[in-house]
Design a binder for this molecule. Structure first.
Ligand code: AMP
Ligand code: TRP
Length: 328
């Protein structure tokens, strides 16, 4: 039996290099070995304000990026979360078991609530319960995510164990987070102490996957470094370390090879070469994504097939849970 992988990204803004290097690229590798399910988690997006038209467009764009990056519909199941109602249904059930105190500890909620004091929805607080439902519905073994999601996957594990201890240990499979050794936290170009993110109003923070080559070059050339000169991997030198990490992931070279290559060179050389490897890494993805976006009917049909496959697995789990806890 193959192991099952599940992961997702929110369609709530432009997909960036952090999403790609920290998540999507690893999903493409995972599908070769595992039974993989990749979701466009639109219900998670609406935990913060969204423009309806933009949300719709972002869902199609993210779908195109998944396939363009190499996720293969023959090897993986790709679907939109809201197309499979079991996600909302299981989330409600989990809500009734997850202790408030567990949720109150979630650092992502605390950060986001801090930034958005005026409009913090109940959904934003409850976000991890829906994420736990996503994962547990598919009897998931592995959850490949960036560092920032580790706490949510741990809450999912705790939830599974809590319910298993009450309703039988075969109720839920207990999932394991898989965090990449390199690239789990790509930092902002303008401020390497903040992570690269979708929803930032800082125009030079993130390289977006569909940015033009010139925009990518401009953003990288402006990246914040430091006042030293030596180009080497050093976690304390956040800016340069981040640029080297991105270079390593896009070039496929080892840290040693990269340090030897840049010995005696200047930051401007590093930035120039980095911009080119990023542009080349993204070029085929951008081309394919554009082709796919020009064929919306094809995208729709891929999503329909994906939702049908997901629905079958999700419904079976939901039924099992409903029965065990005595519903209906
Ligand atoms: P999100 O953009 O929050 O929907 O995240 C989607 C996926 O990308 C998750 O697995 C995140 O952990 C990952 N991710 C988001 N931002 C970064 C980043 N700056 N570096 C690495 N991975 C990231
Ligand atoms: N919360 C995740 C993020 O912001 C997205 C997500 C939702 C997810 N459901 C998931 C990731 C299930 C992995 C598994 O990145």
């Amino acid at each position: 039996m193959k192991k099952r992988v599940f992961s997702g990204i929110k369609p709530s803004g432009d997909i960036h290099l952090g999403n790609y290097l920290g998540a999507i690229r690893n999903w493409v590798t995972a599908q070769e070995e595992h039974d993989s399910i990749y979701c466009i988690v639109d219900l998670h997006s609406i935990t913060v304000a969204q423009d309806p038209k933009e949300l719709k467009r972002n869902i199609r764009e993210l779908t195109a990026i998944y396939f363009a990056a190499g996720i293969d519909e023959k090897k993986s199941t790709v679907f939109v979360q809201s197309h499979v109602s079991a996600h909302s249904e299981l989330a409600w059930i989990l809500n009734c078991f997850i202790p408030m105190g567990w949720m109150e500890r979630m650092t992502q909620f605390k950060d986001k609530a801090q930034k958005n004091k005026k409009r913090v929805s109940v959904g934003l607080f409850d976000y991890p319960a829906l994420m736990a439902a996503d994962i547990l519905l598919y009897d998931t073994d592995y959850v490949p995510v960036g560092e920032d999601q580790k706490q949510h996957v741990e809450l999912t594990r705790d939830t599974a164990e809590l319910m298993n201890s009450r309703f039988g240990k075969d109720l839920f499979k207990v999932p394991t987070p898989v965090i990449p050794k390199t690239g789990a936290r790509i930092m902002g170009l303008d401020d390497p102490l903040k992570k690269m993110a979708k929803s930032d109003d800082k125009p030079n923070r993130s390289v977006y996957l569909l940015d033009s080559p010139d925009t990518i070059r401009k953003k990288i050339m402006r990246a914040t470094t430091d006042s030293l000169t030596e180009i080497r991997f050093d976690k304390e030198r956040h800016g340069v370390n981040n640029l080297l990490t991105i270079y390593q992931l896009c070039s496929g070279k080892t840290a040693k090879e990269i340090e030897a290559h840049f010995a005696g060179k200047q930051y401007s050389d590093l930035k120039r070469e980095l911009a080119e490897v990023v542009v080349e890494e993204l070029r085929p993805v951008q081309q394919k994504a554009k082709d796919l976006l020009n064929h919306p009917d094809h995208l729709e049909s891929l999503l329909k097939t994906g939702a049908e496959k997901a629905e079958e697995i999700a419904q079976a789990t939901l039924k099992r849970v409903q029965e065990r806890i005595g519903l209906g």
